[in-house]
Design a protein around this ligand. Sequence first.
Ligand code: HEM
Length: 485
Amino acid sequence: CYKLFEELGIPGPSPIPLFGNVAEFKDKSPLDVFKKWAGIYGNVYGFYEGFNPSMVVSDPDVIHHILVKDFDKFQDRPLCSPFVFYPMHLSLGVTKGELWKQQRHVVASGFSTLSIKQMLPNMLIKTESLMEKLEWKIREEPDGHNVTEILGRYMLDSLAYGAFNYNCDSLNNDDEILLKYVQQYNYAASTENPCSGLARLFPSLTPFCKLFTGKLRNALDKHVKQVMTFLEKEKLVISRSDEESKHGNLIQSLLTTKATCHDENNNIYKRYLSDEEIVAQVASMVGGGIGPDSALMSFLVYNLAIHQDVQQKVMEEINLYIKDSEDVTYDTLYKLNYLDMVINETFRVFPVAPGVARTCVEDTVINGTQFKAGTVIRIMACVMYADDSIFPEPEKFIPERFSRSECEKRHPFTSLPFGLGPRGCVGKRLGLMQCKLAVVHILRKYQILQTNQTEVPLQTVLKPVLSPKNGIHVRLIPRENSGFC
Ligand code: HEM
């Protein structure tokens, strides 16, 4: 059963019976293993996760084919977590083929510019709560503290209230149903979780491993019940209100947008998503969106603390466009080009999503390499980010690499923080807006400094997105006292 790659003439490490090549990852950063293998086997090679063949790709031309040109042959995604409970099998990240296409159209329409602009007022309310929380924390620990937990909880509150009108306060309440669910969701997919590791390696053991997921199921059940009540509430709002207010949040958009479908004779018809499908989308967007959102925010704060010159430039740009709080609009946030470059460079240095995955659904040949149906394809963007022929001096933090002129010199498929193509991240603009909103508020009030507890270099862990292993320790000092405006 370990003959596939040999027969196809695809290079890769030699597997050992039962485990394939996973032993190589023991006690190492998976990112380092993929970088090492790329150095030995090149930009397209194969390895075995247990018995399962996976192809690893970090060649931008081949990636372009997989994500866009030959999308129909690679449109499905393998499961990110082996534990999928009702109704999550209906969520966008999991569904396949025709059902995915129908849902994607509906979900994507909830992320239009107009919809995102409508989410901003609720997010601003949560940003005020963040600022209050930070002020309190600074009074308690004036010499610096770990900001990761606070930032993560803020991102959750802001996402839930902005996108779903779901007013949760995880910043101040450890027992928030949503917070408990997100913690369990992340743990279930984390590489630190031995149970999910075992189920990934030996899928036939998944039913056994599921016996140990009581906490996840419990947290999911409570979350699903809560989302159901929000759904009923939004249905009432829709039945009462005029057309104008119908797209006030993502749940309303999911309730009122129709999917285009084809029957067995290829006739077109339209349908609304079922309640189960809507609940699955909300639950998975909260669970799946918040991990990368929070990790990005922490890494960004870290980079601003370590690179004071970069922080100064971001501040100058903010001062240029945002004079007072009324200027914090979708349009002004959009103008912060230098901040965009800093975010892109943060994604490169700390690849929150080190790669994206697809399943090959039909045999195909790309640039002379054969891809067999059923094979998992791991597009490891992190390998390109560390390649000095693409990003010279990759160990340095240089936001200017992402200026428009520099980007035009590179292959567009060398930077994939949100994936790309028809199955790329649907929440990209929302995630970026949340992050910019928080950075603008923090920087207008505080200078971010590193402390003697700030890790250099920073240790990271995959859980399931790349995150700071021990959090981010920084000191915030009010700008009026810092002499730095
Ligand atoms: C900084 C924040 C975020 C990052 C870095 C990120 C990254 C990603 C990546 C890499 C993918 C896989 C794309 C692919 O396979 O090509 C993805 C998919 C997805 N993301 Fe995000 N994401 C973020 C925020 C969000 C937010 C805020 C939401 C929703 C509220 C969201 C919803 C989704 C969904 C639903 C998918 C699956 C799309 C599909 O299969 O059609 N993401 N994201």
